[in-house]
Design a protein around this ligand. Structure first.
Ligand SMILES: Cc1cc2nc3c(=O)[nH]c(=O)nc-3n(C[C@H](O)[C@H](O)[C@H](O)COP(=O)(O)O)c2cc1C
Length: 217
């Protein structure tokens, strides 16, 4: 099995990276071939709206035509059996790099064609299973974060264009080693410390299990 794991956080040793690395371990424990990508190492843009991918003559080609660092990564993704994307939540949404990556991956595989059942026609013939791992500061209970609904929109497109998409929500992450130097009275450092010791390892275990599941595809 061929799995791509993408860390769409700028931090290479942060929460998202740790979870993504657990996905890699899980998939490798099932003997899958796994590639780990730090998305912020690459220089690329989101969809440039050139529409080359939507030309009739390119109806069979799901690869974005724009030439920059992302092209090789997109090529690998289209050959993969599964793609797992980890992203922190920035202002209620996925990171700008995760957004740019998904625009390029999805739009080139998408069309403006509707089939007889009223569904959009995707150029992807073999399902590519995907998963999103979201990490965030807030707890599930903090009701100003209406993310689950908002994030479901992108997952809906991923499901229609690529294949089944699942999600892992990791709440209440510890952002800093020490909170005291920062402008903060919103997050209790003691609580974050406990959370990092007790809950985060459980979340890492879930990420490992997700990797195992993907490794078995
Ligand atoms: C620019 C920015 C915006 C953020 N916005 C949110 C947010 O809207 N909701 C939230 O819960 N956490 C927010 N966070 C916190 C991160 O999502 C959280 O700490 C995450 O686990 C960081 O992942 P990392 O350790 O991989 O960098 C934000 C962080 C940054 C840097």
């Amino acid at each position: 099995m061929n799995i791509i794991v993408i860390n769409a956080s700028p931090r290479k040793r942060g929460n998202t990276a740790k979870l993504c690395k657990n996905v890699v371990k899980g998939a490798e424990s099932e003997n899958a071939s796994v590639e780990y990508i730090n998305l912020y190492d690459y220089d690329f843009k989101g969809c440039m709206s050139c529409f080359a991918c939507h030309l009739k003559k390119n109806s069979e080609n799901p690869l974005c035509f724009w030439r920059d660092d992302l092209k090789e990564i997109l090529k690998k993704c289209l050959k993969a059996d599964g793609i797992v994307i980890g992203t922190p939540i920035y202002y209620g949404s996925i990171t700008s790099y995760a957004q740019a990556f998904l625009e390029r991956l999805l739009f080139a595989a998408d069309t403006y064609l509707i089939d007889d059942d009223g569904n959009r026609v995707s150029k992807i013939k073999k399902e590519i299973k995907t998963a999103m791992i979201y990490t965030m500061n807030v707890t599930k209970e903090m009701d100003y974060f209406n993310g689950e609904d908002q994030l479901a929109i992108m997952r809906g497109y991923m499901t229609n264009i690529l294949g089944e998409c699942e999600s892992l929500y990791v709440y209440d992450t510890k952002q800093f080693k020490h909170y005291s130097p920062y402008l903060n009275n919103m997050f209790d450092p003691q609580h974050k410390e406990e959370q990092a010791k007790i809950q985060f390892p459980k979340d890492c275990e879930k990420a490992f299990e997700l990797g195992k599941k993907f490794g078995k595809i």
